[in-house]
Design a protein around this ligand. Structure first.
Ligand SMILES: [Zn+2]
Length: 247
């Protein structure tokens, strides 16, 4: 985690002035649970209980905010704060990002049925394009973490399928946006490959969710995945992309 020490100071938070040392606090004996932590740039050390206190306090805040139905802005601020202290793969960062990608998909309303392209451009301008890229990158990172935590995709099927669904959503919206430009900002080949990528994401999400009971959160997610697959197939037909690999 990031060191809270200030350059030139050797006492934690002893002064509000000065610049952060920029170091990282690392456990002195990584395999021991109660190891002390030391900064790699300044002399500050933390006891394991100080570290645990900090992580617990961050965790409480994350839990409270997530439970309260946060806005995109609140989650972005929370993510900034949490990533200052914790590694991006830490589960508190993971939890915030996992909620954030879903909110981006819904709250920013980049769904075509909600707003026309022109309205979207007017409302968010270039922001939407950057946002879609952010969502895709964030989802990919989170998927990698999820696969590391749960290689068989047994425990975290719902988490990974939500990420696959949100990635598919961002990939499709990004392709639609580029296609609607005059002249189109995407070639037929690239469009076909984006459609294929989106389809594979949905198929994988569907496979992971197949064992979930019908009335569970996983079952509801599966309905959404199936619906999106049908919508994607309709779009493929409209586009005349008959050669698309449907597997
Ligand atoms: Zn330091």
């Amino acid at each position: 985690m990031t060191c809270l020490g200030l350059a030139g100071n050797d006492v934690l938070g002893s002064s509000s002035e000065g610049t952060p040392c920029g170091g990282i606090q690392l456990p002195l004996s990584p395999l021991e649970e109660d190891s002390d932590w030391k900064c790699d740039r300044c002399p500050i050390t933390l006891s394991s209980s100080q570290v645990n206190d900090l992580v617990t306090r961050i965790g409480d805040e994350v839990e409270n905010i997530l439970r309260g139905g946060p806005t995109v802005k609140q989650l972005e601020e929370l993510l900034d704060k949490v990533s200052t202290f914790l590694h991006p793969n830490h589960y508190h960062c993971y939890a915030v990002k996992h909620s954030l990608v879903q909110l981006y998909g819904h709250q920013h309303g980049y769904k075509p049925q909600q707003l026309t392209q022109q309205q979207l451009d007017k409302k968010y301008g270039i922001h939407v394009r950057g946002l879609l890229r952010t969502v895709i990158n964030m989802c990919r990172g989170l998927l990698t973490t999820t696969e590391t935590l749960d290689p068989g995709n047994a425990r975290l099927a719902l988490y990974s399928s939500v990420l696959q669904y949100e990635t598919h959503n961002a990939v499709v919206q990004s392709a639609r946006r580029r296609l609607s430009q005059q002249p189109p900002g995407i070639s037929r080949e690239e469009l076909a490959s984006k459609v294929k990528e989106a389809r594979q994401l949905l198929v994988r999400a569907g496979q992971a969710l197949a064992p979930e009971p019908e009335l569970s959160a996983g079952g509801r997610m599966l309905c959404l995945v199936d619906k999106s697959l049908k919508e994607l197939d309709i779009w493929v037909k409209e586009l005349g992309l008959s050669g698309t690999d449907r597997g």
